[in-house]
Design a protein. Structure first.
Length: 585
């Protein structure tokens, strides 16, 4: 083996690792926050959790990525450890897909269709399609798909280069003797663990082993313990990610480690125990791409079959390792920056926290609107706390999203970030106006203000309209319901009209002497805050509608939508529903 073979080997390794990383990151970006939202869907079923982990990891091709996301979810308090364990097991099986794809390079046969299945046959076509899409397509989704094709092509070219560079090693006696030493189970496991720990990807390290097997000098007896060690080495990424996290998140990383270590120990004891009495004849055979993929998959399936019924035992073991302390800080970390490594997950998490903020703001407003009629000091204190919490939400989400915007995201996740950034300001302002209404209610109570019967009836109609609008807006935002969002603007127009009519009727009552100027100031405060709340609801709805269309222009939307027949129809329906009736003097 010459120095030029070494150069080719190193270059092929570089291409392989780069292609693996490019393809994985592009797959994750293409999937975006959808898969992550599936991951932390609450489920009590072990089988469902296992299938979720298998499916998500099969798509993004990285059990390390899946486990790191789980660490972030548990650290944020949105997932419990017992829910994460089956997903971890599924991720270990899902990551074996890459090995099966790479094993296609070992297919032999003269048939055209057999040859077409070989990566060396279809990879150049994928590379050509990928570069054409990357250069000429403007759509982000198509560009991202192009990078997936290019990443896979680079990966396969790198593996082919490694295999070619290492073929001369099959005639080297020292190389064959080296792999015979790795037949020692303990040494083989250590080598596999260290290699995978360094590159932090079991898929990549298994691919390298498959490339080495092309020399014909790697016996199955050496491949088995190395593959076992690779499963342990892949835990390094999650362990590093858990540093600085809360105890629940660290337990998640430890479960990943325990799952693989226990699986390796049990498998090795059983496998080599049986071998002592009934020697396995295939151990002396040469390893190839296919049987390496089979060994990798069988180990993970057998380990899952053994430990899936024992998730409770793994959870207890994690608690024994990392115990609770009375002085632990129980504060939940709403937004975990560990998820920045996977921007789709981070964007989805920020959206979910914004939805929590929306429900907090809604609850605060609903409590507030009753205070002008029935004062309750305890509820007033709750409103103050709610507004303070809304401020904290806005600061936390805004800071998080500004940092996240520096990371590459797909179109849908960018859209979610844009909507969230704009909406949290409106949500916080609704909370501010709710507190203003509470302060006005306090003044009504302190001064024993009694509005006329007509004013009370008019305020009751307005209050009902605004409560309906806030509920509809929050539902539209939380569910990203564009159809519901389209109903907000005509209702907001009706509320603007109600406010104008109530002010006009108050002026008439002033003229007739049935109301006072002092009461008018208090009434005006209530009307102004109700109207401002309706305005911010309108902003949120427009943000949902316009940002989703990539045409965010509030003024253009308002000018256009008011000319549509559907807007007029809805406006008339709401106008009739929230009618003040005949003017009372």
């Amino acid at each position: 083996m010459s120095i030029f073979n070494v150069f080719t080997l190193l270059g092929g390794l570089a291409l392989f690792l780069f292609g693996m990383d490019l393809m994985g990151s592009s797959l994750e970006r293409q999937a975006g926050g959808r898969l992550q939202s599936i991951l932390y869907s609450v489920t009590s079923s072990r089988i469902t959790g296992f299938l979720l982990g298998l499916g998500v990891t099969s798509v993004i091709q990285s059990s390390s990525a899946t486990t790191v996301m789980l660490v972030g979810f548990v650290n944020s308090g949105i997932m419990q450890l017992k829910q994460a364990i089956p997903i971890i097991m599924g991720s270990n099986v899902g990551t074996t897909v890459t090995a099966w794809i790479l094993s296609l390079s070992g297919i032999n046969g003269e048939s055209f269709f057999i040859q077409l299945l070989k990566p060396t046959s279809f990879t150049p076509i994928l590379a050509l399609i990928g570069i054409a899409m990357y250069m000429f397509c403007k759509d982000d989704k198509k560009k991202n798909l192009a990078t997936i094709f290019l990443g896979f092509a680079v990966l396969m070219f790198g593996m082919d280069a490694m295999s070619g560079a290492m073929k001369p090693l099959k005639d080297e006696v020292w190389f064959a003797e080296l792999f015979l030493k790795f037949s020692n189970p303990i040494l083989g496991v250590l080598v596999g663990a260290v290699l995978t720990g360094i590159i932090q990807s079991s898929s990549a390290s298994v691919g390298i082993l498959q490339a080495l097997s092309a020399t014909g000098a790697v016996p199955v007896s050496a491949a088995i313990p190395i593959i076992m060690g690779q499963n342990i080495g892949t835990c390094v990424t999650a362990l590093i990610s858990s540093i600085g996290a809360n105890r629940a998140a660290r337990r998640t990383a430890m479960v990943h480690l325990y799952f693989n270590v226990i699986g390796v120990v049990v498998f090795m004891i059983l496998f080599y125990g049986i071998n002592l009495f009934f020697p396995w004849s295939f151990l002396e055979a040469q390893a190839n791409e296919l049987n390496i993929a089979i060994i990798h998959t069988c180990f993970n399936l057998l380990t899952t079959g053994l430990l899936l019924p024992l998730t409770g035992t793994l959870e207890k073991l994690a608690y024994l390792t990392i115990k609770d302390k009375p002085e632990d800080n129980k504060t939940v970390i709403l937004l975990d920056e560990r998820l920045f490594t996977y921007p789709g997950a981070a964007a989805q998490r920020a959206w979910d926290v914004a939805c929590e903020m929306a429900n907090l703001v809604r609850d605060g407003f609903i409590k507030t609107v009753e205070l002008p009629n029935t004062w309750d000091a305890k509820i007033a204190d709750e409103i103050v706390k709610s507004e303070s919490n809304a401020d904290k939400y806005e600061d936390a989400i805004g800071t998080y999203l500004v940092k996240l915007s520096a990371y590459p995201m797909n179109h849908d996740d960018n859209m979610a970030v844009n909507i969230t950034l704009q909406a949290i300001n409106d949500l916080e302002r609704i909370s501010d106006h709710s507190q203003n209404i509470m302060e006005t209610a306090r003044e009504i109570n302190d001064k024993n203000v009694q509005f006329s019967a007509a004013a009370q009836e008019e305020l009751a109609v307005l209050k009902t309209a605004v409560v309906d609008l806030v509920n509809r807006t929050m539902d539209a935002f939380v569910n990203r319901n564009l159809e519901l969002a389209a109903k907000i603007e005509p209702q907001e127009e009706v509320i603007d009209g109600l406010v104008r009519d109530i002010k006009a009727r108050h002026i008439e009552r002033l003229r007739l002497g049935t109301c006072t100027i002092e009461y008018g100031f208090i009434l005006n405060d209530l009307l102004t805050n109700y109207e401002r709340i309706a305005d911010h609801c309108s902003n949120i709805a427009i943000e949902l509608l316009e940002v989703s269309r990539d045409t965010y222009n509030r003024h253009e939307y308002e000018d256009t939508v008011k000319t549509e027949a559907e807007f007029e129809r809805r406006y008339e329906r709401y106008h009739e529903r929230y009618s003040l009736g005949d003017e009372t003097k």
